[in-house]
Design a protein around this ligand. Structure first.
Ligand code: ATP
Ligand code: MG
Length: 267
C-alpha cells in the first residue's frame, strides 16, 4: 500500500473540471469526464483503472500531446490554453519526459543517438548532444551499450535507454504510460527502482500501471473509472461515504450478542 505523504511543495499541475470529448454526433463520448486534481512538485503518482477508463488520454493531456480539452489545465501556474502552439511545443520538449510501454526507440539510430535525439530540438551542438547523452547512459550503467542498435538490447535495457532519453533534457515532470507493461517482473523492478531514485531526487513522476504491486513505489495512488477519479490515497473517502461500507459493530451486532451471552453463561 502506498504511503501517501503530500509534499508541501508548489503545485505543478492543477486540473479543474477537466473534460475530453471524442467523436461527434452519436459517436460522441467523454474519455475524461470532470477531473479535479492537484499534483505537487516531487509527488510520485501511480494511476490505475480498467482498460478504457481514460488513463492514457489523461497522460496525453498532462504532457500537452493533446490540448483540445474542456475545463482548466494549469501547468506551473500557466493556463495551458493561453500558451501558443510554439510555447507548448517548447515546454513539451524541455520540461516533460515521456516513457512509453513500447519504448519507442528509433530503430535505425544507435543507443547514444536515440538518447541525444531530444537535444536536437533544443538546438544543442552535436558534440554536446553526444557528451550529455553519454553522461546519462553512464549514470544508467549503459555506457558499454552506447553504440549498440536497439534490436541488440533486452526489453529491460531498451526501457532504460528510453528513460535515459526522457531525462536527457532534465525535465521537471516525467510521464510514464505502463513503462513496465512489456517487461518481465525482474526487469520491471529494475525500472521501478530507477523511477524511485528519480523520485528521491525530487522529480515529479506520474505513472500509469496495471500492476498493483508496482504502486508500492509511488507516494500516491489514484484509481480512475469512466473518465473520473474514483479513489485517491491523498483524499481517502470516509467509510460512511461508501455505499457498501460496513457499519461499525454496534450494540446489536451478532458478535457482541454472542460474547455477552457467553459472559452471562447463556447458550
Ligand atoms: N483518438 C481517439 N478517438 C476516439 N476515442 C478515443 C481516442 N483515444 C481514446 N479514445 C477512447 O477514450 C477512452 C479512454 O481511452 P484511453 O486510451 O485513455 O484508456 P486507458 O485507460 O489508457 O486504457 P488501457 O488501459 O487499455 O490503455 C476509450 O473509450 C477509448 O476508446
Ligand atoms: Mg492506456
Amino acid at each position: 500500500m502506498a504511503h501517501t505523504k503530500i509534499p508541501k511543495t508548489a503545485p505543478v499541475i492543477v486540473l479543474k473540471d477537466l473534460q475530453k470529448r471524442f467523436g461527434i454526433g452519436d459517436a460522441e463520448h467523454y474519455a475524461i469526464n470532470g477531473i479535479d486534481l492537484t499534483i505537487r512538485k516531487g509527488e510520485f503518482i501511480a494511476i490505475m483503472g480498467p482498460s478504457g477508463c481514460g488513463k492514457t488520454t489523461l497522460l496525453n493531456i498532462l504532457g500537452l500531446l493533446d490540448t483540445r480539452i474542456e475545463g482548466e489545465y494549469e501547468l506551473e501556474d500557466r493556463p495551458v490554453a493561453s500558451l501558443s502552439a510554439r510555447r507548448q511545443a517548447r515546454i513539451r520538449s524541455q520540461q516533460i519526459g515521456f516513457i512509453f510501454q513500447s519504448f519507442n526507440l528509433v530503430s535505425r539510430l544507435n543507443v547514444i543517438e536515440n538518447v541525444a535525439l531530444p537535444l536536437v530540438y533544443k538546438g544543442t551542438s552535436e558534440l554536446n548532444r553526444l557528451k550529455q547523452a553519454s553522461a546519462i547512459l553512464h549514470a544508467f550503467h549503459l555506457g558499454e551499450r552506447e553504440y549498440y542498435m536497439p534490436y541488440q538490447l533486452s526489453g529491460g535495457q531498451m526501457q532504460r535507454v528510453a528513460i535515459a532519453r526522457a531525462l536527457v533534457n532534465t525535465p521537471s515532470i516525467i510521464l510514464a504510460d505502463e513503462p513496465t507493461g512489456n517487461l518481465d517482473s525482474h526487469s520491471s523492478h529494475i525500472i521501478m527502482q530507477e523511477l524511485s531514485d528519480l523520485h528521491k531526487q525530487g522529480n515529479t513522476i506520474i505513472m500509469v500501471t496495471h500492476n498493483p504491486h508496482l504502486t508500492t513505489y509511488a507516494s500516491r495512488v489514484i484509481t480512475m473509472l469512466d473518465g473520473k477519479i474514483d479513489t485517491d490515497t491523498a483524499h481517502p473517502k470516509k467509510k460512511t461515504d461508501e455505499p457498501n461500507a460496513k457499519k461499525p459493530l454496534g450494540k446489536t451486532s451478532k458478535k457482541r450478542r454472542k460474547a455477552s451471552r457467553k459472559k452471562e453463561g447463556v447458550k
